[in-house]
Design a protein around this ligand. Structure first.
Ligand code: F6R
Length: 603
């Protein structure tokens, strides 16, 4: 999704700070980029394509481009295709105003028609361009810069994070509604961004903005007011992410780095929460969570797969629980009561569909909890309770380490809800959690995923099957695979194959089967493996060796034999590696897959 950066107070280095910020936001996904600098007037440079296109254009004029402050943007197209014209910043016809915008302005067509009927020419197809024209019209009508921006924002419906500069005013103005925006407070400089990594090289002190707050940044000060202009008191928080954590540390891709970081991120997630001596799990954040009768999970994509896992754990413990796709729940919510807990599982805490579902649940009277990675994110602030998964920054578009940390955090949540957290935890489960980071390291060290993918490149399609807690792993395996290899992949509940998908199975469709333990689900999955084998499909099993699955496999991806609740996490890591190495072999843009964005802030 689009990214915003703004900085004031860096004088001659402004261009570098803006370009560096945009580069740190690349992971969000984008198709064009631009900056606007305050000089004598306002100088705008914008280019379709990679950030390097913009860098080249800026470098050509580096002498003349030394503005004292500015704003920048990476665009992920919604209205109008990627092009120089549709890139941000947008301006009015006389170049007095520059605006960058994330989100969607829903009433833009009516505003555009109105402005065009007054003879105002438009140069792009975007919804965003109405904003600078509205501001410019307000200026012409006698408003000062701040009044002009506020009055323009007043007209907007939809979602937006906006940063604005106006000729003749040494300030950056910004505001948000349903789209993230965070302020960075540096030493003699201030920053604005849609996400903290944009300015993490300069400061870790941040202020998260809430909807309808209006920011004014000057060189040595910042202020936040509400839409009426009344001051709003905000707390400066210090984030514990470092700039090093957001670098690649020698790995070819962020995704590979993040896969290999999982032992560490799981240790972080468990730290101080599991006490083996006292046989307790303690999650302080959940102290004031009641005892819900019903738990509903809402989430999208990978987080939805984590939610399916969490719901199954709760059902196994006798609690009525179900996972919903947030985009569906938002418009067709399940019935709730005050005893219903709705859990938004969201890495970013900014996914528009998930926020919408959570708001719907809250408005209907349910208790809400955000299970998220990002401290201070919108979900964390809007939900009554929050459980942080502590995975550290995830830059690769494909979620990897955050999925594993979500699964572990869901285990902690389930123990809390079922009331088992405080008393006599099973030793077996606690030691499984304790050993999980080492077990995962073992899988990473020993995996033969790289060798296996060589044999299976260039097939018609790839299927992933599993049952029970391994069903979400199958779905996640397929999602990761299609996301970064661009090959057709589908995940199925193993038992569903025979109800239709089996028609697709041939000798050209490898099937990855996840089989752990030797219980009923494993035995039934073996039956499903035989079904695909009989149709000539190559079978790759991910297994702990407890069942006979290996006997029916062309290839085996081994995991250690562990607790039934942690085994799916290890199996998932093998599938992450399969996807990564296949995408590498196919030379795909692994960290920035086409058409995808890290943080999906539109519905
Ligand atoms: C896939 C992926 C997406 C996200 C989804 C929800 O690798 O990353 O499917 O899981 O967009 O994002 P969050 O978890 O930020 O709400």
């Amino acid at each position: 999704m689009c990214g915003i950066i703004g900085c004031i107070g860096h004088d001659d280095e402004t261009v570098d700070v803006l370009l560096n910020g945009l580069s740190n936001l690349e992971y969000r996904g984008y198709d064009s980029a631009g900056i606007a600098l305050k000089q004598d007037g306002i100088d705008i440079r914008k280019r379709e394509g990679e950030l390097d296109e913009l860098r080249r254009s800026v470098r050509r004029d580096s002498d003349s481009l030394a503005g004292s402050f500015g704003i920048g943007h990476t665009r992920w197209s919604t209205h109008g295709p990627p092009s120089d014209e549709n890139s941000h910043p947008h301006s009015d016809s006389l170049g007095r105003v520059a605006v960058v915008h994330n989100g969607i302005i829903e009433n833009y067509q009516a505003i555009r028609d109105e402005l065009r009927s007054e003879g105002i020419p438009f140069t792009s197809d975007t919804d965003s361009e109405v904003v600078p024209h509205l501001i410019a019209r307000n200026l012409e009508q006698g408003a000062d810069a701040e009044e002009a921006v506020r009055a323009a924002v007043d007209r907007l419906e939809g979602s937006y994070a906006l940063a604005v500069i106006v000729q003749g005013t040494d300030k950056i103005f910004a505001t948000r509604s349903d789209s993230p925006l965070v302020l960075g407070i540096g030493d003699g400089a201030c920053y604005l961004a849609s996400d903290v990594p944009a300015f993490l090289d300069y400061t870790r002190d941040v202020v998260y903005l809430d909807d309808d707050e209006f920011v004014t940044l000057t060189e040595d000060d910042w202020s936040i007011t509400d839409l009426n202009g009344d001051p709003v008191r905000k707390t400066v928080q210090t984030v514990d992410w470092t700039a090093e954590e957001t670098g690649k540390s020698g790995y070819d891709h962020f995704m590979l780095k993040e896969i290999f970081e999982q032992p560490t991120s799981l240790r972080q997630c468990l730290s101080g929460r599991v006490d083996e001596l006292d046989r307790r799990i303690t999650v302080e954040e959940l102290d004031d969570l009641g005892e819900p009768d019903v738990v509903q999970f809402v989430a999208c994509g990978t987080s939805y797969h984590a939610a399916l896992y969490g719901a199954e754990l709760l059902r196994d413990a006798g609690i009525n629980a179900r996972a919903y796709l947030a985009s569906e729940y938002a418009t067709s919510p399940a019935p709730v009561s005050p005893e219903t807990l709705v859990v938004g599982v969201t890495q970013s805490g900014e996914t528009a569909d998930t926020l919408s579902a959570l708001r719907e649940a809250r408005n209907r009277g349910a208790d809400t909890l955000a299970l998220t990675n990002v401290v201070g994110s919108t979900a964390a602030r809007e939900c009554k309770h929050v459980l942080y998964i502590r995975a550290g920054p995830e830059i690769g578009v494909a979620a990897t380490k955050t999925f594993s940390s979500q699964l572990v955090s869901l285990n902690l949540l389930v123990e809390h809800i079922t009331g088992r957290a405080q008393v006599d935890q099973s030793r077996e489960f606690l030691s499984a959690l304790r050993d999980l980071p080492n077990d995962l390291q073992h899988v990473l060290d020993e995996s033969n995923a790289r060798e296996i993918v060589d044999e299976y490149a260039d097939k018609d399609a790839y299927f992933f099957i599993g049952r029970g807690l391994n069903y979400p792993v199958a779905l996640e395996g397929a999602l990761k695979f299609k996301e970064i290899t661009y090959e057709h992949a589908e995940g199925f509940a193993a038992g569903e194959l025979k109800h239709g998908p089996l028609a697709l199975v041939t000798e050209n469709t490898p099937v990855f089967a996840v089989v752990t333990g030797d219980g009923e689900q494993a035995r039934k999955t073996l039956g499903n493996i035989k079904e695909v084998e009989a149709r000539g499909a190559p079978v790759i099993v991910v297994t702990d060796g407890e069942s006979e699955a290996e006997r029916y496999a062309d290839h085996v991806l081994e995991i250690p034999s562990v607790h039934e609740r942690t085994a799916p996490m290890l199996a998932n890591v093998q599938l992450q590696l399969v996807s990564y190495y296949m995408a590498e072999q196919l030379s795909r843009a692994i960290d920035k897959p086409r058409n995808l964005a890290k943080s999906v802030t539109v519905e």
